[in-house]
Each structure stands twice: as C-alpha cells, then as structure tokens.
Design a protein around this ligand. Structure first.
Ligand code: ADP
Ligand code: MG
Length: 265
C-alpha cells in the first residue's frame, strides 16, 4: 500500500461542558487528507472548524474517536504539525527576524543556519526590508506574512491554518492566498485550511469539506479540479461557487429550522 494519509480523523466527537450545559461541537467526523493535499474546512462561524483543527494540532483531544497524523495517533502537539492562527500570534517584543527565528531556536539549530533560514523565508515573503521592525510597525497583511514565514521556517510537513487571512482586506488576502499556493506547490506539504469564505475555499483547495452546524459534521466533500492559478471570474469557478453556496445555504436553512423548532432557552 501507499504511504498513510497525512491526517486521518476517525469518528471524532467533541463535547464541551460549560456551566452545566453541554455543547456537542463535533460529532462523527471522518476525514482523510492525503500527503501533499490542500484541503479547506468550510462552514459558518461556530460550526466547529477551530475545534477540529485544534484537535488535529493536539491542543485539545477529542471526547471520542481518534486522530492520526502520518499514521501515528495524535496525543499532543508535535513538530510534524504547525499552526497559523487568525490572530497574528507574534511576539510583540521581538523583531520580525526574531519572531521567525523563534521556532528554530527552540529546536536548537545553530545560529548561522537560523540566520540563513530566516532570511530565506523573509525574502520569499517580501519581508527582508522589514526584518528589524517590530510587529506594531507593520500592517495586518505584513504581520500575517511574518506569522506564515515563522511557521514555514519550522518546516513542518503539515500546516494547520485557522482563518489566517480572515482579518485582511480583499486585495491583501488575494496576494497572500497566491503566495501560500506558490510556496505549497513546490513543497509537498499538507495543508488543512479553515475558512468561512466560499470563494477562498474554491480558490485554494484540492477538496472543500463543507461542514454542518451544531453538531459539526461533514456535510459534503467537494473536489476542486480546476487548474491553478484559478480564475474566480471563469464560468467553471462560478459554477462550483454556486454549488458550494447552495450547500452552505441549505445547511443554514436546516439550522434555522432547528433553532425555531427547539424549545426556548
Ligand atoms: P468555528 O471555529 O467554526 O467558528 P468553534 O470550533 O470555535 O467554531 O466552536 C464550535 C462550538 O463549540 C461553538 O458552539 C462554540 O461555542 C463551542 N466551543 C468552542 N470552544 C469551546 C470551549 N473551550 N468551551 C466551550 N464551548 C466551546
Ligand atoms: Mg474558528
């Protein structure tokens, strides 16, 4: 047989208990992501995307079911999986270069190698001129570039990205999407990318996993076979966008019916 999938999610259920109430955030999630594949998790806010990503990252274990990364069960965070958060999780007291170097220093890499790796990633993400600036002096788009450079510098085979471009304006977002695809294309890395943007998911992914809302489950998996770079104004792109929009809207309608039907409180 071929190599194990990069990520395998088996019957994952996640229940949060808060103040005597239980929230079933995920239920019966089965999902496989092949090595080198780019998969988007798509769904409205609150459907459990971050919960699933955090479970894959090993930050928060599932209540039931299990998750495998590279064929091994995930029980904690590991160097094979790197996370990019929506909020630029940069250290404000460190310069751009120091932020990118951080993960390599933790790994104990020698200083000349760290400098070379850091500058190489800063170059690829157009940040070299800003290497000695602090995060507060950068735009939102540049900060997110730094966050991406920092994760790529660690060179983990699996990238977990939680709405990383959600807070950016449309133009900056498109630039970063293109840069991410360019870097991913040559890398063999596996990407699990969370978004609530339908267009973004179709622009990026090999497959779009449309999630249901409460409990979060897989509603449908939509393969996107359009060649890259994709043209969002093409008729093929638009047809897919319509199809995915219909899925998301059907799910929203189902959810609203449930809410109305449910007893108050
Ligand atoms: P998404 O990322 O799709 O917006 P989340 O995974 O953040 O959704 O949340 C899914 C559901 O689980 C929501 O109803 C949310 O309120 C609940 N939830 C998430 N994290 C916690 C937590 N730590 N404690 C209690 N409930 C939580
Ligand atoms: Mg989230």
């Amino acid at each position: 047989m071929s190599a194990p999938p990069a990520i395998r999610v088996e019957g994952v259920r996640k229940v949060f208990a808060t103040g005597g109430r239980e929230v079933v955030a995920l239920d019966g999630i089965d999902l496989e992501v092949a090595a080198g594949e780019f998969v988007c998790l798509l769904g409205p806010s609150g459907c459990g995307k971050s919960t699933l990503l955090n479970a894959v990252a090993g930050f928060s274990p599932p209540t039931a079911g299990r998750i495998l990364a590279g064929g091994r069960e995930v029980t904690s965070p590991g160097p094979d999986r790197a996370m990019v958060f929506q909020e630029y999780a940069l250290f404000p007291w460190m310069t751009v270069a120091q932020n990118v170097a951080f993960g390599l220093e933790v790994k104990g890499r020698p200083a000349p190698e760290i400098r070379e790796t850091v500058d190489s990633w800063l170059g690829k993400l157009n940040l070299l001129d800003f290497r000695d600036r602090f995060p507060k002096d950068l735009s939102g788009g540049m900060r997110q570039r730094v966050a991406i450079a920092r994760v790529l510098a660690i060179d983990a085979p699996i990238l977990l990205m939680d709405e990383p471009f959600g807070a950016l304006d449309a133009l900056t977002r498109r630039n970063l999407q293109e840069e991410l695809l360019r870097i991913w294309a040559g890398s063999g890395k596996t990407v699990l990318f969370v978004t609530h943007g339908i267009e973004e998911s179709i622009f990026l992914a090999d497959r779009v996993v449309v999630m249901t809302y409460r409990p979060g489950a897989v509603k449908e998996v939509v393969p996107v076979t359009l060649p890259r770079p994709r043209d969002p104004s093409s008729s093929e792109f638009n047809a897919l966008e319509k199809r995915v929009t219909a899925l998301v809207m059907a799910e929203q309608a189902r959810h609203e019916r449930d809410e109305r039907g449910a007893p108050a409180g």
